[in-house]
Design a protein. Structure first.
Length: 133
C-alpha cells in the first residue's frame, strides 16, 4: 500500500514511476595523461538527497587500455540535476584514484534518467558521452 502511494506521488511529481530507484549511465573516456586514457562505463547509485535536489554516487573502475595494463578506481558524486524532470542529467567533475603514479580527470555529464540498474546495464550507448575540455 505504501509502495503504491509513493509510486503515485512520484508519477505526479516527476511524470515517471521509480524515480526513487533511478540511475544514470556514465560512458566515455578519461582525460589523457601520460599519453593514454581509459574507457569508462559506470552505472551510478540511486538518488540521494543533496544540494538543489539530489545527487548520485559514482563508483567503478576504468578499463585497461591497449598500451597500458592498469586501471583506475573512480569514486565520487554527481552534481545536482540540470532540471527537475525525468529527462535530467547530472554534471560529473572528479578525478580517478592514483594508480601508476598518476590520476585522470573525469568530466562531462551522465545519461538521462534510467528506471533501474538492470535496464541501465542493457542499454547500449555511444562512446564519447563525456564532453572534452
Amino acid at each position: 500500500m505504501l509502495e503504491s502511494f509513493l509510486s503515485h506521488l512520484e508519477e505526479q511529481a516527476f511524470g515517471v514511476r521509480d524515480f526513487r530507484r533511478h540511475v544514470h549511465r556514465l560512458d566515455g573516456q578519461t582525460a589523457s595523461v601520460s599519453e593514454h586514457n581509459h574507457r569508462i562505463a559506470v552505472i551510478t547509485g540511486p538518488p540521494l538527497p543533496g544540494p538543489k535536489g539530489h545527487v548520485h554516487r559514482i563508483s567503478g573502475t576504468t578499463a585497461k587500455g591497449k598500451t597500458h595494463a592498469h586501471t583506475h578506481e573512480i569514486r565520487g558524486w554527481t552534481g545536482p540535476p540540470n532540471s527537475n524532470d525525468a529527462n535530467h542529467t547530472h554534471s560529473v567533475d572528479l578525478k580517478t584514484l592514483t594508480t601508476a603514479s598518476h590520476v585522470h580527470e573525469v568530466y562531462g555529464a551522465t545519461s538521462s534518467f534510467v528506471a533501474n540498474r538492470s535496464l541501465a546495464a542493457r542499454l547500449e550507448t555511444r562512446d564519447g558521452v563525456l564532453s572534452q575540455r
